[in-house]
Structures are given as structure tokens and as C-alpha cells.
Design a protein around this ligand. Structure first.
Ligand SMILES: Nc1ncnc2c1ncn2[C@@H]1O[C@H](COP(=O)(O)OP(=O)(O)O)[C@@H](O)[C@H]1O
Ligand SMILES: [Mg+2]
Length: 343
């Protein structure tokens, strides 16, 4: 089916056509998926919503044209609030990404070579004039774990290395640490290691693959008992509520994916200090939606690929972070410049 598109309209009141780059729609769990929340919010604001599966992103330079373009198979969606039957497809067409008013990259990790390739393609689309958030270059440049190194005054004692001697020395010194790979998510492969743990060596050999893979080792923060706080930044500004994810009994990891319980709470002065320091810097790079992880007073992770928790925050506080994202997007699209400072 052929779809007709309005050309870009800088008028703030006009409805926008928004493309969401996603994993297969059938894999989404609509009840807590932030991508679905964003699509619903976009529709509630009167915009046209299109989903493009990341696997369909392609660069095409057809026979009868003189220029190539980045295309995706755009599926026009009509969304409902029913979590079991959350969308209807109302049309489908291969379209160049520059035809949309904005493109939101919402593909989940793994951050593998296909993810990196998607950022390269999206960067080509940007060169053709597409507005893409989060900015593909920033997504690619930004390691969710290692990015804390730039903001070291907010981090706990941490070592990033694959050198087993260095790591062993750090554990001896700190006595109680967390060790994790640099590319995990949802708490995967996050180990707590006590200095006297008889599995200490085998954990390190496994995580570093016998010293051939760089990992992060960090002082164990007792404040995890009060939760791993997810602080959302939208266009550089903090959402006033965070979600403290409290590990279940017998578990070290607070991630909801690891059975943690999310409790919304207002930002503490320290949370706010961290958020206000990082927000403008990250937004300047085009990181539109960011999820900081803060344990106690320390920054532990900067999530940029597809941060979660906006649904839970809304359920508990009424604060509509997804709606706030769409409002921010409307402002960006109504300005003549797509640069972050336009917000
Ligand atoms: N320094 C730390 N001290 C105590 N617990 C930690 C620490 N770092 C991580 N964790 C635990 O591991 C979980 C996941 O860590 P995180 O670095 O956010 O990785 P992921 O990408 O898997 O979310 C956290 O929710 C927390 O429970
Ligand atoms: Mg995390």
C-alpha cells in the first residue's frame, strides 16, 4: 500500500510524521515498553506514527536516480491503550528517512556490529537532512558503562581493565566489588565479588576471557539496598522523579529485568546535582533521552540506547515522561535548526 506524506512542516501546531526505529513489533511488551509509550504519546499529541524495524534500514541508490538515500520499511500505526492488542497497521511503504519530521532510534541493545551499522545508516540519513534522536554518532561514541569516566567526580572507585594483576590488586584494596562486562544490560553478568570469595579467580577469568576482554570493576556500594536510581533526562533536563530499583531478596542486582522492584521517588539534591551537571553536556551531543543510573551518591551508568522506566514513573507519580519527550520534539521540529541548542 502506498502512503502519502506531508512534506516537513515547521509549523508547531501542525501534526508531525514521526518514525520510530524499533525491534520487531511482535517482540514488544506494551505494558512497560518505553518505545510503545512514546508512540502512544505521539499519537495522543495528534502526530502520525510510523514504525520502522531496524532490520529494514537500507541505503538504496536506484538505477533511475543520481543519488542514494537511506530507506526503511515504514509501517503506519494506529495505537490503542490495550496492552494485549496495542496497534493496528494502517499502511506500509519503503520510504526515505528524510521524509519524516523526526526519527527516533529506539532499537534495544545488543550494541553489536548490526547496531553500529544502523548508526552509520542513520548518520547518512542525517546527512540527507533527517533529524535523528538520539543522534547516531553520539549513540556510537558513547559506551553506556565507560561514559562515567568523563564525570569521574561523581563515580565510586572504579577500574576498567583486562589486566588480571591490576584487577586482583583493586579487589584486594576494595575488599567488596562489582565486576561486569562493558556491553551488558539488564544486569546480565554483573557479579559481586568479596575479597575472600573462593570463586574470585574463576569469575575474573570468565569475565575477562582469560585477560582478553576489558571489564569494569567497581567498589560495591552498600546503598544499593535503597535502590539503583534511574534518572531520566529529556533534552538535557531531568525528570523530577526517579525510579529506585530495589533488588529482590537474595539478589544483588536492582534491574527490573532481574526481578527488582521500582519505587518512584523525588530526586535528592545529589541526584539533581548529577543530572544538572550531565544533562546539558549530553544534550549538546544530541542525546535526547538518557537514563542515568545512580546508586547512593554515585553515578554508575549512562544509558543512551533505549532507557526504560518512564512507564513505571508515570504509573506511580502521574508524571508523563513520554509526553514530555514528544513536547520537546515538537519544539525541536518547530525550530528552524535541529541543533540541541534550539531546545
Ligand atoms: N558499584 C555497585 N555497587 C553495588 N551494586 C552495583 C554496582 N554496580 C552495579 N550494581 C548492581 O548491578 C546492577 C546492574 O548494574 P549496571 O551497571 O546498571 O548494569 P546494567 O547495564 O546491567 O543495568 C545494578 O542495578 C546494581 O544492583
Ligand atoms: Mg543499569
Amino acid at each position: 500500500m502506498q502512503l502519502s506524506f506531508a512534506t516537513r512542516t515547521p509549523d508547531k501546531e501542525a501534526s508531525l510524521s514521526l518514525a520510530f526505529i524499533v525491534d520487531p513489533l511482535s517482540s514488544r511488551k506494551a505494558f512497560n515498553d518505553p518505545g510503545v509509550a512514546l508512540m502512544r504519546a505521539a499519537q495522543a499529541h495528534g502526530h502520525e506514527v510510523y514504525a520502522i524495524e531496524a532490520a529494514s534500514l537500507s541505503w538504496q541508490r536506484p538505477e533511475n536516480t543520481s543519488a542514494g538515500s537511506v530507506y526503511g520499511e515504514a509501517v503506519r500505526l494506529n495505537l490503542s491503550l490495550n496492552n494485549h492488542d496495542w496497534y493496528r497497521e494502517t499502511g506500509r511503504a519503503w520510504l526515505p528517512l528524510r521524509r519524516f519530521d523526526a526519527v527516533l532510534m529506539r532499537k534495544d541493545p545488543p550494541f553489536d556490529s548490526e547496531y553500529v551499522t544502523a548508526t552509520w545508516l542513520l548518520e547518512r540519513a542525517e546527512a540527507e537532512g533527517a533529524r535523528v534522536y538520539n543522534k547516531p554518532r553520539a549513540l556510537r561514541d558513547h559506551s553506556e558503562k565507560l561514559a562515567i569516566a568523563e564525570f569521574d567526580r561523581f563515580t565510586a572507585p572504579t577500574l576498567v581493565s583486562r589486566d588480571l594483576n591490576l584487577i586482583q590488586h583493586f579487589i584486594d584494596e576494595q575488599r567488596d566489588v562489582v565486576a561486569k562486562p562493558l556491553d551488558g544490560m539488564g544486569g546480565s553478568q554483573v557479579f559481586r565479588i568479596h575479597r575472600n570469595d573462593s570463586n574470585r579467580n574463576v569469575i575474573l577469568e570468565t569475565l575477562t576471557r582469560m585477560g582478553t576482554r576489558t571489564i569494569m570493576v567497581q567498589q560495591y556500594l552498600q546503598a544499593i539496598a535503597q535502590g539503583d536510581k534511574r534518572i531520566l533526562l529529556i533534552a538535557g533536563k531531568p525528570v523530577p522523579w526517579c525510579l529506585a530499583r530495589i533488588p529482590k531478596a537474595g539478589e544483588n542486582r536492582g534491574n527490573l529485568a532481574a526481578g527488582g522492584t521500582g519505587v518512584a521517588q523525588e530526586l535528592s539534591p545529589r541526584d539533581r546535582e548529577i543530572a544538572e551537571r550531565l544533562g546539558p553536556v549530553l544534550w549538546q551531543r544530541g542525546l535526547f533521552i538518557v537514563g542515568l543510573d545512580v546508586i547512593g551518591d554515585y553515578l554508575t551508568e549512562i544509558n543512551v540506547t533505549s532507557p526504560t522506566c518512564m512507564v513505571e514513573i508515570r504509573q506511580q507519580t502521574g508524571f508523563d515522561a513520554a509526553g514530555a519527550c514528544i513536547t520537546a520534539l515538537e519544539r525541536l521540529c518547530s525550530s528552524t535548526s535541529a541543533s540541541p541548542s534550539a531546545f
